[in-house]
Every structure is written in structure tokens, then in C-alpha cells.
Design a protein around this ligand. Structure first.
Ligand SMILES: Cc1cc2nc3c(=O)[nH]c(=O)nc-3n(C[C@H](O)[C@H](O)[C@H](O)COP(=O)(O)O)c2cc1C
Length: 163
């Protein structure tokens, strides 16, 4: 584990744990902390901020509270859409990002997460049941786990090399 020269931190939002798993892995590889996003989070001491956000209803969730200034930003988005086959969906999410994040973006990584219908809250479960009945929805009768840390390798390398 080789530490990047620049001071960096991973910050993330995660409702059911997939983004947290990726955040924890990336932070371990970079030798830095993984912190949950909250309004109290102070990022002024960091030169690089790696942001992890899950996609809910076509938008990156939970990152509005972030206060950034001049940091270099790396972003990983976690959704259930296939990151390669549905690149347009992920790009649509990036398009909608707040300019305060978008203008600082160095690199964006699209990842596939997980979903267990039984673990979702009532409203999310109803939404996903409806989605799974529609054409674009897949089979959600069994838990899905697409988490694959190998897909983070090139992203981590770029962050390390930028240090
Ligand atoms: C209500 C709801 C809406 C979702 N909307 C999207 C979506 O628009 N695009 C997508 O790719 N994945 C979508 N997902 C899948 C989540 O992004 C996926 O389960 C992800 O792993 C969640 O991350 P988390 O466990 O860190 O919260 C949705 C999931 C739920 C429950």
C-alpha cells in the first residue's frame, strides 16, 4: 500500500451499504480515511477529495452537503445500471451534478452496486417492485450483488499517480 503524496480523503453517502463498501476499499488502497458525508464535515485540510455517491432515481444522492473549495475531485457513482451498457445513464447523472462539484472533477468512475429487496425500506421496496415489473427492470426476486473491487484499480492508480 503506497500512500499518495497529496493529502486525500474518501467521503461517501450510502443508504444500504454498497457505496460504503467501495469507499472503504478505495480508502484502504489509498491509505486514507473514508468518512460519511455530513454537514459538519470539514474538507479544507485535504488537497484531493474522492466522493462516492449512490444513484437514486437518476441522480447522485447525498452529496449536496459537501463544502468544497479548491480541492481536486474524483467521483465514483454506484448504481444498478450496467456501467458499460448504460453509460448514457451514468453520464446523465454527471450532467446533473452541482457545478461546485462538476467543475472540479478530475475523473469519474461508474460502478455497479447491490440490492436486496427485503432490506429496502417500505417506499423503496414499492418503487423497485414497480420498476422490476416494467420493461427496463431486471429480476429482483433474489438479492443482487455486483460489487467488484477490481473495477476500482485504474481509478485508484490515477489518484496515486496524480500525487
Ligand atoms: C428507490 C431506488 C431508486 C434507484 N434508482 C436507481 C437509478 O436511477 N439508477 C441506477 O443505476 N440505480 C438505481 N438504484 C440502485 C442503487 O443505486 C443501488 O442499489 C446501489 O447499490 C445503492 O447504493 P447504497 O447501497 O450505497 O445506497 C435505485 C435503488 C433504489 C432503492
Amino acid at each position: 500500500m503506497e500512500k499518495s503524496m497529496k493529502s486525500n480523503v474518501v467521503v461517501y453517502h450510502s443508504k444500504y451499504g454498497a457505496t460504503k463498501e467501495y469507499a472503504t476499499h478505495i480508502a484502504k488502497e489509498l491509505g486514507c480515511q473514508a468518512l460519511k458525508i455530513s454537514s459538519k464535515l470539514k474538507l479544507d485540510d485535504y488537497e484531493q477529495v474522492i466522493i462516492g455517491a449512490p444513484i437514486y432515481a437518476g441522480s447522485a444522492a447525498g452529496i449536496k452537503k459537501l463544502k468544497l473549495n479548491s480541492q481536486e475531485v474524483y467521483l465514483f457513482l454506484v448504481g444498478l445500471s450496467h456501467p458499460v451498457n448504460n453509460l448514457d445513464i451514468f453520464e446523465g447523472v454527471v450532467d446533473k451534478l452541482d457545478p461546485s462539484i462538476k467543475e472540479k472533477l478530475n475523473e469519474t468512475l461508474f460502478l455497479s452496486g447491490s440490492m436486496d429487496l427485503n432490506k429496502l425500506n417500505f417506499i423503496h421496496r414499492q418503487i423497485m417492485k414497480m420498476v422490476s415489473k416494467s420493461q427496463e427492470g431486471g429480476d429482483l426476486s433474489k438479492p443482487i450483488n455486483n460489487i467488484d473491487f477490481d473495477l476500482t484499480k485504474a481509478f485508484i492508480k490515477k489518484i496515486k499517480n496524480s500525487g
